[in-house]
Design a protein around this ligand. Structure first.
Ligand SMILES: Nc1ncnc2c1ncn2[C@@H]1O[C@H](COP(=O)(O)OP(=O)(O)O)[C@@H](O)[C@H]1O
Ligand SMILES: O=C(O)C1=C[C@@H](OP(=O)(O)O)[C@@H](O)[C@H](O)C1
Length: 297
């Protein structure tokens, strides 16, 4: 009983910490999970390939909740390996949770899809996503549940969500080139200063209006300025990127900054953004948006 799945990292359009409404978009960086179930095992044991000391509680809970819900409460082992840096604002927790829940479904021999009425579909990706969000809340790695990030990672494209109700308001495909700057430091979402985020709620409402109007780029850039100020990050990288990018924002609670360009628009140029950011410490990564989301492998 072995199963495998992969889920996406994501960038932020609207940080949900101010109002509970959030928006994010899936990008082409992945976390893969392998689950081996053993009906005789007592509980689930987790391992994170990149970091032997990182907290495995989230993925252990994801596998355990999934076997409780769709199996017979089997235990076993779960292992993740990931291109999504941990606690860097690129939704590593959502990608790990989604990949683990789907890999557990695969190990249980269940069909995963989006149409609940299709004969081959036992579990929808949205159901799997909601279970991962529940595990994230129980593991204490999130403030709002981060259903925005979880849906972007699971479904791909851009999603706008109500994280208080775990409700998907919008899902749309976007086609952007993406440049990600990840500074060396890490910022765990659970440690974020929520009161400072709540102070910029009027700006978050404006960002939500723009996003619900389909103006994702403007929404994202306003989000970045507001939440960089709220969370104490330098807005300099965003200002440097703005002349060359369709949009740029601090991602999540940071520290990564994500700039996007429209491949059809010659006015946008991520090489110029990379030049502007080149002397900053950390890593620069070029990627693209993804519309397909998480997959069973
Ligand atoms: N590859 C992974 N495998 C297992 N758990 C992970 C992985 N990546 C992240 N996590 C979990 O998510 C937590 C980080 O969550 P968070 O601070 O929200 O970061 P991010 O903004 O990247 O989602 C980690 O402490 C760990 O519990
Ligand atoms: O924990 C949470 O509820 C959230 C964390 C933030 O993301 P990161 O995990 O990327 O910091 C934020 O963008 C998201 O809207 C909600």
């Amino acid at each position: 009983m072995e199963g495998r799945a992969a889920a996406l990292g994501a960038g932020t359009v609207l940080n949900a910490l101010a109002t509970g409404t959030g928006a994010a978009f899936g990008i082409d960086i992945e976390t893969r999970a392998t689950v081996e179930l053993d009906p005789a095992a007592d509980g689930v044991e987790g391992e994170i390939a990149e970091d032997a000391d990182a907290d495995t509680d989230l993925i252990e809970r994801c596998a355990a909740l999934a076997t409780e819900r769709w199996g017979d409460g089997e235990g076993g082992r779960v292992r993740t390996d990931s291109d999504v840096p941990l606690a860097a604002g690129l939704k590593s927790s959502s990608a790990a949770a989604n990949a683990t829940v789907l890999a557990t479904c695969d190990a249980l021999g269940l069909g995963v899809g989006d149409d609940p009425d299709a004969p081959a579909v036992d579990v929808t990706r949205l159901e799997a996503c909601r279970l991962g969000v529940r595990a994230a809340r129980e593991a204490g790695v999130t403030v709002t549940g981060a259903f925005d990030d979880a849906t972007a990672s699971m479904l791909g494209g851009v999603t706008v969500t109500d994280n208080d109700a775990d409700e998907l308001r919008v899902r749309e495909t976007v086609d952007w080139d993406v440049l990600v700057w990840t500074p060396p430091e890490r910022a765990y979402s659970a440690d974020a200063d929520v009161a400072r985020c709540e102070a910029v709620a009027p700006m978050a409402d404006l960002v939500a209006d723009l996003a619900l109007d389909g103006r994702y780029g403007e929404a994202m850039t306003v989000n970045g300025l507001a939440f960089s100020a709220a969370l104490g990050f330098d807005a300099g990288p965003a200002v440097e990127a703005m002349p060359h990018a369709a949009a740029v924002s601090l991602s999540g609670t940071g520290p990564s900054v994500v700039a996007v360009a429209d491949p059809e628009d010659p006015e946008t140029d991520l090489d110029a953004v990379a030049d502007a950011w080149t002397d900053r410490p950390g890593t620069l990564r070029r990627t693209t948006t993804r519309a397909d989301g998480a997959t069973v492998e």
